[in-house]
Design a protein around this ligand. Sequence first.
Ligand SMILES: Nc1ncnc2c1ncn2[C@@H]1O[C@H](COP(=O)(O)OP(=O)(O)OP(=O)(O)O)[C@@H](O)[C@H]1O
Length: 315
Amino acid sequence: MISLSAVSRHFGTGPSRVAAVDQVDLNIPGGEIFGVIGYSGAGKSTLIRLLNGLERPTAGRVIVNGTDIGAASERALRQVRPKIGMIFQHFNLLWSRSVRGNIALPMEIAGLPKDEIRRRTEELIGLVGLEGRGDHWPSQLSGGQKQRVGIARALANQPDVLLCDEATSALDPETTDQILDLLAGINRRLGLTIVLITHEMHVVRRICSSVAVMEAGRVIETGPVAQVFTAPREPVTQRFIGQIPAPEPKSLSIRLPDEAAQRLLAIAASPDLGLSLKNLTREGNGFRGEVLIRPLALADGVAQLRAAGIDVSEG
Ligand SMILES: Nc1ncnc2c1ncn2[C@@H]1O[C@H](COP(=O)(O)OP(=O)(O)OP(=O)(O)O)[C@@H](O)[C@H]1O
């Protein structure tokens, strides 16, 4: 659906030249929720603007839904842009238009018949949970409600791709989760591809299936979220993981015969499971005690312990 090959975007010339995006390769399959995470200045905004042609690449190719966005004429871009919706950190609503008016705007620009605009606007108001607020003005809405209008407006022309530029960064944690859940629901119901950029690990963990980590214009690590954040290779990725408090390890009781002791020590030495032993004491011809294990590694850990002849039980 989206593919970037060797894409760079430079600003300025000579010694003041900045490589905002530097030799980026990315493939985002259709229907996915793909996160791009990085600290300020990493190049995330520039990358997302390359996807809808607001920025042109200095080098490389940007293909979105079969269109070479980087090389497309302004006229061709005007045709494909309605199929690439975008939502923003500060919502970017028109204050002089009601909720309904804001949502209808892209359809008015596209020249849709009035009846159809009216029907779709009501449908979108329902989709984003703003029933009864169609006549409200943006100034009468909370941040979360404003973003719901932004989402409805972005979906007005039935896009294939939704770009989210720090869409929850101005919202409190509870509203953030509501908006993220709304986006996940829309992804499931409409099957559209979502690309979101963020500096918050929580956002990626909550709704993304895959992620790219950016630093200094480059994608330094990418893959399925579980994989990238379970075994991070890069220091920046490890810093993002530090934003989330580590989940409490789970405690399990174990009993084992003497001959399984060596196997237990080998399992405990494996860094993937993050397993530690507690209160190990002698009992008959063996040992009893506890293991602490990371929740994510629980199923794998229990399977390995049992295969090694160790009796495992809860509590
Ligand atoms: N139009 C521009 N002219 C010159 N430099 C720019 C321009 N746009 C971005 N840059 C530079 O490119 C680099 C990447 O910026 P970008 O805004 O893409 O990063 P970001 O990860 O989105 O950061 P933030 O979250 O702070 O917006 C920065 O060093 C920035 O100063």
